[in-house]
Ligand binder design. Structure first.
Ligand code: UTP
Length: 297
């Protein structure tokens, strides 16, 4: 049985240029989906999957992210005094155990693979998860928890995968499928951002991974892949055919690309419509503006 996954890396050192000017001073991961920052969704998903150590790879300008995880005794006391128990509960649910979070600095944005490699000493020789907070997944059972359960059977390396239209595949890492076993597929190749006509399938990798420590050794050797950045995909692909096979996992749930403006807006609407306190008013508003926009065309 593979070793339990208790550590997760959250690479958050990217520049978030697609959200400029907002990301000039606000880290993308702190931007709020309804009333919670993106990073809170990622933390909650990791906790549900049994993660105990949370390693953030950060960069210049991300101090708001670090501050977010500080306890706020003053605010807690004020809410307690005013009897705002529900808000107090919400606030306390974001508190992290002392020593559970570590921050590592990526000094230059050399790519996702490089960001993961920066955390190598904190991972040492254990399997670990990687969560990209800008991929937000709405699911009955959180995506990483689904993967941890599947990984307990397979071991090796596991990447979250979803079917995308063929003409969209060039925006992702794409899997070459060896054997399709339903939720789990074994992988014979991986290509980062292939040209549409060269994509080996329409099964795209999204931002959840469970990786063997061998990936960190592969990253040691890799100089630079597609786009001049150090790609995590290349380091995972290098394990194919080794003792640590690579599996794709078709998760159950809906993924929103909150690294893009359209994806962020869609997630905002979907998450708000899922809330009892917001659904009715928002649905009515959406129907009114949609009718008005149709009438104007
Ligand atoms: P993105 O490709 O979304 O890049 O990174 P980005 O910089 O965050 O956003 P844009 O494209 O400029 O708008 C995917 C994930 O990898 C992390 C990012 O923080 C994000 O979580 N990343 C990327 C790093 O940590 N370091 C890097 O050098 C590159």
């Amino acid at each position: 049985m593979p070793k339990k996954v208790t550590k997760a890396i959250f690479p958050v050192a990217g520049m978030g240029t697609r959200f400029l000017p907002a990301t000039k001073s606000v880290p993308k991961e702190i931007m709020t989906l309804v009333d919670r920052p993106l990073v809170q969704y990622a933390i909650d998903e990791a906790r549900a999957a049994g993660i105990k150590e949370f390693i953030f790879v950060t960069s210049r300008g991300k101090s708001a992210l670090e501050d977010y995880f500080d306890h706020n005794p003053f605010l807690e006391q004020e809410l307690r005094k005013k009897g705002k128990d529900e808000l107090l509960k919400t606030l306390k649910s974001t508190n992290m155990e002392s020593g559970a979070i570590a921050y590592i600095r990526q000094h230059r944005a050399l790519g996702l693979g490089h960001a993961v490699w920066c955390a190598r000493r904190l991972i040492a020789n254990e399997p670990f998860a990687v969560i990209l907070p800008d991929d937000v997944i709405a699911a009955e059972k959180p995506c990483l928890q689904q993967m941890v359960e599947a990984y307990a059977e397979t071991g090796g390396n596991m990447v979250a995968a979803m079917e995308v239209p063929h003409d969209k595949a060039s925006a992702y890492g794409v899997l070459d499928v060896d054997e399709d076993m339903g939720s789990v597929v074994s992988v014979s190749g991986m290509v980062e951002k292939p040209k549409a006509e060269e994509a080996p399938s329409n099964l795209a990798v999204i931002g959840r991974y469970i990786l063997s420590p061998s990936i960190l050794r592969n990253l040691d050797k890799i100089k630079s892949g597609a786009g001049g950045e150090i790609q995590l995909t290349d380091a995972i692909a290098a394990d194919i055919g080794s003792d640590n096979p690579v599996y794709g996992y078709r998760f159950r749930g809906e993924r929103f690309d909150c690294g893009s403006k359209a994806g962020f807006l869609q997630a905002t609407v979907a998450f708000a419509l899922a809330r009892d306190d917001l659904r009715d008013d928002l649905a009515e508003f959406l129907s009114t503006i949609s009718n008005a926009s149709k009438a104007a065309q």
